[in-house]
Design a protein around this ligand. Structure first.
Ligand code: KG4
Ligand code: ZN
Length: 337
């Protein structure tokens, strides 16, 4: 069995996965969302303190499995330094005291492996990763060969939902709130710009759209001046512009990349409106669409454990005395993940 730990942002999570059957034997996650909600975003120091409390509490529940561990895995990049360190400290202690290998896991690769929890890998694969920190299209050929085909030049998809919700005085995380409001709204009421619509650039950008949302809110009289219907209509119009942007750029990549299997992963992949749009696009291009179950879209240790099974077979271990967080520099398109 592998014990895996995830603490890259505001979710404390630990999983136990069977190496042989790939089954998730234990999985628990304590989300801090409510604790950060009043601040309109994650407060790193608070997140770190909460991991220091929650991770040991979850670990205690894994006691029945601890004698059967073959390895321990932990997210060590990318993420908030002070929160990654909490998971790393726990993982290195377990690895040293039990004398078992330690597997460092790249969080985004973990998201990709959320597709294969309790399943076999599907490779090669094209992946759209939309999370709180990233928007990328990645060609996945193997565990080690993942190439970025398009990336964001400013705000990520999740971030743009969070900021839109914050500007309207709604809670955090903004994604699910905006998606719910949008269901009751008219997506054609506000004519928001589709980012990079007339640009040949195959990249993602959402800061201009965010600005257009801000101006619209101002024109409606600010947070106080907006009615419930205004909020629903603006959410729907915003979500539509994000969708059109993602689809337009994905289409360009679909014309070049002939891999049959396509997947959407990351926290924002829970958005059913975006999923529906990709279902249509995949049908049009004869691709198969894959998504993870909703509970595995946002951060969780199950996906870290699933990646770790493959890394274990390839002995991608790290010296537990030497493990540290990796400060990932922003990767450009054409680079490896
Ligand atoms: O993958 P994730 O849990 O954390 C990161 O790795 O960043 O993604 C969290 C992000 C948040 O920005 C959240 O607002 C967004 O995913 N999100 C959504 C939805 N559910 C979560 N965005 C759009 N629609 C949703 N239904
Ligand atoms: Zn994530």
């Amino acid at each position: 069995m592998i014990l895996s730990i995830e603490s890259s942002c505001d979710d404390s999570s630990i999983a136990i996965t069977s190496i042989e059957t790939k089954k998730l034997l234990f999985h628990k996650k304590i989300s801090q969302e409510e604790k950060h909600s009043s601040y309109g975003g994650v407060v790193p120091e608070l997140a770190s303190r909460l991991h220091a409390i929650d991770l040991p509490n979850i670990l205690e529940e894994t006691k029945p499995y601890l004698d059967n561990l073959k390895a321990v895995a932990v997210t060590n990049q990318p993420g908030l330094g002070v929160t990654l360190l909490e998971g790393i400290a726990m993982a290195k202690t377990i690895a040293v005291t039990k004398d078992i290998p330690l597997i460092p896991v790249h969080h985004l690769k973990g998201h990709i492996y959320s597709l294969f929890i309790e399943k076999e890998e599907i490779l090669p694969l094209l992946v759209l990763l939309i999370s709180g920190g990233h928007t990328q299209i990645i060609r996945v050929e193997s565990l080690e060969k993942m190439t970025i085909l398009a990336t964001s030049i400013d705000d990520s998809v999740g971030e743009s939902f969070d900021k839109t919700a914050k500007m309207m005085g709604l809670g955090y995380p903004g994604g699910p709130i905006i998606e719910q409001l949008a269901r009751k709204g008219d997506e054609n009421r506000f004519d928001l710009p589709v980012p990079l619509r007339n640009s040949k650039l195959i990249a993602f950008s959402l800061s201009g759209l965010k600005n257009a949302v801000r101006l619209t809110i101002e024109s409606l009289g600010g947070i106080e001046g907006m009615s419930e219907q205004d909020r629903c209509d603006l959410s729907a119009s915003f979500q539509k512009a994000v969708k059109l942007h993602l689809i337009q750029k994905s289409k360009k990549i679909f014309k070049e990349e002939h891999i049959k299997d396509f997947a959407i992963v990351g926290g924002a992949s829970a958005n059913l409106y975006i999923r529906e749009a990709y279902e249509k696009l995949c049908n049009q291009f004869g691709k198969r669409l894959h998504t993870a179950p909703l509970k595995f879209c946002s951060d969780n240790a199950g996906m870290i454990g699933r990646y770790a099974i493959e890394a274990y077979k390839k002995e991608l271990f790290i010296n537990p005395y030497k493990i540290d967080i990796v400060h990932t520099k922003k990767r450009q398109s054409g680079e490896m993940l």
